[in-house]
Design a protein around this ligand. Structure first.
Ligand SMILES: NC(=O)c1ccc[n+]([C@@H]2O[C@H](COP(=O)([O-])OP(=O)(O)OC[C@H]3O[C@@H](n4cnc5c(N)ncnc54)[C@H](O)[C@@H]3O)[C@@H](O)[C@H]2O)c1
Ligand SMILES: [Zn+2]
Length: 366
């Protein structure tokens, strides 16, 4: 308590909501619950890493505010984002007697957030949803934008909806247990926000490496808040992904191909996106859009944040094939998000194959 708190408003008309960032948010969560008009039963969904450490604490916060929460713990990991796990959670909701005004709280990383959001969007045709994201990736990415989903055996995030939370609380005290590699994963997306939207923010990251990696409160809350503001600004203008929202896909075309070619095992998402951004910068330079110096500068930043800048275990031929199967590819044309300067995006769908292959070759390790 007593430490600086930040608030980011996500403006979406009647679906607008606040993101609160701080330490020990018990009071803030309770004040929100007391004023929200919920019924007195709730679901608190978490995973097997986060639940044992923070589950009971949050249950007691909610109890003090008059909410009886059923604590449901799913196995940690992407495989919990499935219809079969969702079905077991619906069963718990019904057994606990949850009604149409019962909120669903997500306590965990992006897996828990996406699954809980999917449950909230569908249980009784939609119940209130509240996020308590505990991983940096979930804080800077999945808790803004309202995309909720589960995976299908034939592809990731194929079954889902747009469903906004009523509020998001990021309690940085819960991040002390987050593994270092998961911090770096989230930082991949943070660097992306600098590259696509905010040169000053990019420079801030360059000059605060130590503080970022040691999760210094002031610095961490700033980078989370700024990332959420940038994503919120983009999403507010384009909630259902008609145009502008595409810029959030920077680094993801090649990043997704790397994830796929390495079986979603060698690199986690933020790491693959880091390499994908290197590829997108190389492509921007080859097309004469961007000054060459941005590439070594970005590679230096990514490396300092303990992110890879080259990928192993992929080939250009396979990756080139993959980009046409990406969910974001429409009508056989890849919509490339490139940059012309740090903070300035350019979208191109007429990029020659040879330039793409060269950029891909560049970001693969020899
Ligand atoms: N909805 C969206 O817009 C959106 C955006 C980006 C990513 N996603 C989704 O998010 C998921 C990835 O999110 P993620 O990286 O958070 O994965 P995750 O939820 O699997 O969390 C990563 C790991 O960290 C652990 N963890 C989380 N918080 C912790 C804490 N405070 N202390 C200790 N361990 C902790 C988790 O148990 C897990 O093992 C993917 O399924 C992806 O599709 C969704
Ligand atoms: Zn991403």
């Amino acid at each position: 308590m007593g430490e600086i708190q930040r608030k980011v408003r996500v403006e979406l008309g009647p679906d607008s909501y606040d993101i609160v960032i701080g330490r020990n948010l018990r009071q803030e969560v309770q004040d929100f619950v007391r004023g929200a008009g919920f019924s007195n039963k709730a679901l608190l969904l978490t995973d097997s890493n986060v639940g044992p450490v923070y589950g009971e604490k949050v249950v007691s916060w909610l109890a003090e505010a008059g909410l009886v929460a059923a604590l449901v713990t799913v196995p940690a990991g992407e495989s919990s984002k499935s219809l079969s796990v969702a079905e077991t959670v619906y069963t718990e909701c019904i057994k606990a007697g949850l009604d149409r005004k019962s909120p669903v709280f997500a306590l965990g990383g992006g897996v828990v957030g996406d699954l809980a959001g999917f449950i909230a969007a569908t249980y009784m045709r939609g119940v209130p949803f509240v996020q308590l994201p505990t991983s940096l990736l979930a804080q800077v990415d999945s808790s803004v934008g309202g995309k909720v989903a589960v995976n299908h055996a034939l592809g990731k995030n194929l079954i889902g909806a747009f469903y906004q939370p009523k509020a998001v609380f990021m309690d940085l005290e819960m991040m002390e247990t987050l593994p270092a590699r998961e911090i770096s994963t989230g930082l991949g997306e943070v660097v992306k926000y600098g590259l696509i939207y905010d040169a000053d923010f990019f420079a801030y990251l360059e000059s605060h490496i130590e503080e970022i990696l040691s999760l210094k409160h002031e610095c961490l809350s700033h980078i989370i808040a700024r990332s959420c503001e940038i994503k919120a600004a983009v999403v507010s203008e384009d909630e259902k992904e008609a145009g502008l929202r595409r810029i959030l896909n920077f680094g993801h075309t090649i990043g997704h191909a790397i994830e796929k070619e390495t079986g979603y095992a060698r690199y986690n998402h933020g790491e693959a996106v880091a390499v994908g951004m290197v590829g997108a910068l190389k492509l921007s330079i080859e097309l004469g859009l961007l000054a060459e110096e941005v590439l070594p500068r970005t590679e230096r930043l990514l490396r300092a944040l303990k992110l890879p800048v080259r990928a192993e275990g992929c080939t250009v031929d396979d990756m080139y094939e993959d980009i046409f199967h990406d969910k974001k590819t429409v009508g056989g044309r890849v919509a490339w998000v490139l940059i012309s300067a740090i903070g300035q995006t350019v979208c191109r769908s007429d990029v020659p194959e040879s330039a793409v292959r060269e950029a891909m070759a560049y970001c693969l390790a020899d």
